[in-house]
Ligand binder design. Structure first.
Ligand code: MD6
Ligand code: FE
Length: 223
């Protein structure tokens, strides 16, 4: 049902109403505004358990640079980078153990967001968890370490808002700039799967859910 001129639309938003806040970014890419807003606190509780086994760390790029974004993973395989390159690894190099399993709450938000964006049957096996501190940024890149590009990527933003940079198929295309707020979900697949994208330096701010940080959960089918 479409509610027109509701004074408090989000308070009563059903799944269908949330679908009305879909913003197309490109063919195959969309922002689902506030899609995960109601799940945000539960996602953060699950994250705290993950961090007890696999804490945030600043990884090193193959070129030898320390990433400003702190990362960890859950799921069957985790995205890692070190001097030898980028890869999905079934083991956490820091602990020498498997990554923590992907919580049901993570799995559900990823699968339902994929459906809402037109990608039914998404079963992520990997979730890269990013923590942005003030000033942290992610330069333009493509996500291309996954085995098969037919699955989309689902990205959940929590805490402090950030400017997401959304470019084109080539690095030199000038990116669009879109603000991602807590609970926003970006889904990315099909013809947009290899789009260059990044995150502008995080502003100093404070959010009730995350304090001075932005958290991003990026779900992939890696293997
Ligand atoms: C971030 N996201 O939002 C970083 N990748 O913190 C990504 O790198 C990303 O949001 C692929 C698809 C969606 C994304
Ligand atoms: Fe990415």
């Amino acid at each position: 049902m479409r509610i027109v001129k509701s004074p408090t639309p989000d308070l009563f938003a059903s799944a269908a109403d949330r679908g009305q806040r879909t913003e197309p970014l490109a063919e195959g890419a969309a922002i689902l505004r506030a899609f995960a807003a109601e799940d945000a606190a539960a996602l953060m509780r699950s994250l705290r358990e993950i961090l007890e086994a696999a804490s945030f760390r600043h990884m090193t790029t193959p070129g030898g640079f320390r990433m400003s974004v702190a990362m960890t993973n859950c799921g069957t395989a985790g995205w890692v980078t070190d001097r030898t390159g980028y890869r999905y690894d079934p083991m956490d190099p820091l602990s020498g153990r498997a990554w923590p399993p992907m919580p049901q709450s993570f799995r559900r938000v990823a699968a339902t967001a994929a459906v809402a964006a037109g990608f039914a049957g998404f079963e992520p096996d990997s979730c890269l968890i990013n923590r942005y501190d003030p000033g942290a940024r992610l330069s333009l890149h493509q996500d291309r370490n996954e085995r098969d590009y037919t699955a989309p990527i689902v990205s959940v933003s929590l805490g402090i808002a950030a400017v997401f940079l959304f470019g084109g198929a080539k690095r030199n295309e000038r990116p669009k700039r879109v603000l991602l707020e807590s609970g926003d979900v970006v889904v990315w697949g099909g013809p947009a799967r290899l789009t260059f994208h990044g995150v502008a330096p995080l502003a100093e701010d404070n959010h009730p859910l995350t304090g001075p940080h932005r958290i991003n959960l990026t779900f992939r089918k890696a293997l």
